[in-house]
Design a protein around this ligand. Structure first.
Ligand code: SAM
Ligand code: SF4
Length: 344
């Protein structure tokens, strides 16, 4: 019998491990704690976004309950994201509560993806609570371009945030979206700068998620081309390092740093997929590129017991699709939800 056949009570008492229909163990959960953000990156959001009414967003207690249930079912890595996680009121309290799983040894890693604007104020506390690594999204080191790409952001704040994280002993990975018209020429400098700080870099291809105001086919830059260009002046050595995610890594011999390429459009990364995503409204997406969704908020707010909640999670995991389905050439996004809702 698989866990999906079990009644709710049995699902709890049998081995609490989430294995999907293709034999992949789900050990990594990303949780979006808010859809709001203090920036408006052009590839992520429209300039005038309508954010969700408060009542639709999970409370901090609901977020804790759901994330903790997943930890109880075998999730070893938890990434908090958004929107911008650090703009959520009470966010540090959530981190503090979730850090109990690190101390208990039931969670290996508690981490976040942030735009870094508020990191300077929180880095020391994050480190104290057991956050060892953090992803900071940064596409350019030019203040004017940063302001334009983020529609008003202040680069100095992000740089101060990165400094504070490093000073607190947190490892930083810089995530940069590769944009043909905007930062393509600057990528080598950005990589060199980050590697100089001891930070890894991951380059991301733009993904067709959600309606934004710009034409994404204009911004799309194939990382195959970026890699070829970088190889003309750097030695890129393949690394076996894998995260179960879509990134492939190389070592840049000249800088000594690690460089990842997330190419969801040109490669199939689904075979080893170990992750699922929870939106801030409690919707579980078991595949980034598909519309599949399970409403765990309705289950919780309907008064579900822990066993019933677990059964709903097992049902969703059992239906995790084999792979994604992106097409950048299409006029409309392949998936209508924004990255800021799914959490990236
Ligand atoms: N606000 C935080 C941040 O920017 O790091 C966390 C949420 S953000 C949605 C997570 C990641 O998604 C960021 O690295 C961002 O660059 C990336 N992202 C957003 N929209 C994207 C898109 N359409 N294609 C590719 N990456 C995208
Ligand atoms: Fe905000 Fe992150 Fe989206 Fe930029 S990428 S608008 S920082 S959620």
């Amino acid at each position: 019998m698989t866990p999906y056949d079990a009644s709710p009570a049995q699902a709890v008492s049998t081995t609490p491990r989430m294995i999907d229909g293709f034999g992949r163990a789900v050990t990594y959960l990303r949780v979006s704690v808010t859809d709001r953000c203090d920036l408006r990156c052009t590839y992520c959001m429209a300039e005038h976004m309508t954010f969700l009414p408060k009542a639709e967003v999970l409370t901090l207690e609901e977020l804790d309950r759901l994330a903790s249930t997943f930890v109880g079912l075998g999730v070893r890595k938890l990434r908090l994201t958004g929107g911008e996680p650090l703009v959520r009121k009470g966010f540090m309290g959530l981190v503090e509560n979730l850090s109990r799983h690190l101390r208990a040894g039931t969670l290996d890693e508690l981490t976040l993806t942030t735009n870094g604007t508020q990191l300077a104020a929180h880095a020391a506390d994050l480190a104290r609570l057991g956050v060892r690594r953090i992803n900071v999204s940064l596409d350019t080191l030019k203040p004017d371009l940063f302001r334009r790409l983020t529609r008003g952001g202040d680069l100095a704040k992000v740089l101060a945030g990165i400094d504070a994280a490093l000073a607190a002993g947190i490892r930083v990975k810089v995530n940069a979206v590769a944009l043909k018209a905007d930062n393509a020429a600057e990528l080598p400098e950005l990589i060199q700068w980050a590697h100089g700080l001891g930070a890894d870099v991951t380059l991301i291809e733009t993904m067709p998620l959600g309606e934004v105001d710009v034409d994404r086919t204009d911004q799309f830059l194939s990382l195959k081309d970026v890699r070829r260009d970088l190889s003309s002046f750097w030695t890129l050595s393949e690394l076996a390092y894998a995260t179960g995610g879509p990134a492939r890594y190389v070592k840049v011999e000249e800088t000594g740093g690690r460089l990842g390429f997330i190419t969801p459009l040109s490669h199939n990364f689904c075979e080893a997929c170990n992750r699922v995503r929870l939106t801030c409204t409690g919707t579980l997406h078991t595949c980034l590129g598909r519309e599949d969704a399970s409403d765990l908020r309705a289950v919780m707010r309907g008064g579900a017991t822990d066993a019933e909640l677990t059964a709903a999670i097992f049902r969703a995991i059992g239906a995790k699709p084999q792979g994604h389905d992106f097409h950048i050439g299409e006029a409309r996004p392949a998936v209508v939800r924004h990255m800021s809702t799914t959490g990236g």
